[in-house]
Design a protein around this ligand. Structure first.
Ligand code: GGG
Length: 344
């Protein structure tokens, strides 16, 4: 029996609720398909920070490195730990240290799910650069708290980083509808984003079978709402991709449906799978969070591990449940999970 080791980090808030649900579904699918998923649960979170003064132990990255994959819930409990501390203490170091440069986020309406748009026939694969750009963490503050205070935060775009994420996008487009949209704001940001556009054009020559369109982020935001059916693969920088994929989540029915994979194609590093949503403290522990984004992220994990049948099985079970309209009802986390387990 094939065994995969998985580091499970539920994190904060509804991350705990939905990770528990996702794990139940993953285990059931694994059993059915003769796979063994061996979990190690880590309590790294804002609670852990309050006890230990850090979001994960100093050797956290070395510990995670030994696993085949990481399943993450959500990070953040702003009432007790500033969001920038929790994010830079857990989620971002994992993405950066394991060079998980491609954050892949599918946006489509699951069968039966009621989205806010008239147009339902869209299937977008957003690919967000995940290790540099606006999230590089380069900057500082001087004269803090005084009227003379200065804060500087520099976006860092490297040719290597931009080229590899665009190439990842072109390869993905080749396996889909062969259309790629590259998103910048190169009229206003005349260094980094102009370089991004130039690299897009250079790579486009290597992929003559892929139709490429360059968009500005503002126009792309409008297109997500007005003409989402015209989009196939969308590649964007770290921050633009983050914002755009919340819009993607909205048009697919809400953040409860938006899944993501943080990928490094090199199997020497564990890739990480997480719902796009955050910890939602207002509904944490109330058994009302939608577990589908976390379950879908689990399916993306199985797909990445090469267990395509087990992954497809999960998504078919999810869609049989949503097709019955259950996704649109205010079902509890447990009830929705039970319905999906039943379909499996
Ligand atoms: N599901 C992980 C999580 O907590 N996401 C919320 C969030 O704000 N993440 C930061 C980011 O992806 O930029």
């Amino acid at each position: 029996m094939k065994t995969y080791t998985v580091a499970v980090i539920p994190g904060d808030g509804i991350g705990v609720d939905v990770t528990k649900a996702a794990w139940q579904v993953l285990e059931k699918s694994a059993q059915k398909h003769g796979i063994h998923l061996q979990p190690s649960w880590f309590p790294w979170s804002c609670d852990y920070y309050l006890k230990h003064g850090m979001m994960m132990p100093k050797e956290g990255i070395a510990i995670l490195k030994q696993f085949n994959a990481i399943l993450l819930g959500a990070v953040g409990w702003p009432a007790q730990v500033p969001d920038n501390v929790s994010l830079h203490g857990l989620l971002l170091p994992i993405r950066q240290q394991f060079d998980l440069f491609a954050n892949v986020r599918p946006h489509r309406l699951l069968r039966g799910v009621q989205g806010p748009l008239r147009e339902a026939a869209f299937d977008i694969l957003c690919i967000r650069e995940n290790t540099e750009g606006e999230y590089s963490g380069a900057g500082g503050r001087i004269h803090q708290g005084t009227p003379q205070e200065v804060a500087v935060e520099t976006s860092i775009f490297t040719r290597h980083g931009v080229e590899r994420i665009l190439r990842f996008g072109f390869e993905a487009a080749r396996k889909r509808q062969k259309r790629l949209a590259s998103v910048t704001k190169s009229n206003a940001q005349k260094y980094t984003m102009v370089m991004w556009d130039e690299i897009t054009d250079t790579l486009a020559a290597e992929y003559p079978d892929v139709a490429v369109t360059r968009y500005h982020i503002d126009a792309m935001a409008a297109r997500f709402v007005m003409h989402p059916q015209t989009l196939d693969v969308v590649v964007a920088s770290n921050l633009f991709g983050d914002i755009l994929t919340d819009l993607g989540a909205a048009i697919q029915g809400g953040l409860g449906y938006a899944a993501s994979a943080n990928l490094n194609p090199d199997p020497a590093f564990p890739s990480m799978f997480e719902p796009v949503h955050g910890s939602a403290p207002d509904i944490a522990g109330k058994n009302i969070a939608n577990p589908i984004a976390a379950i879908w992220s689990g399916a993306l994990m199985l797909e990445h591990l090469g267990e395509t049948s087990a992954a497809n099985d999960i998504m078919q079970a999810v869609e049989r449940v949503t097709a019955e309209g259950l996704g649109n009802q205010a079902l509890s986390t447990d009830a929705l999970t039970t319905a999906i387990l039943h379909q499996l």
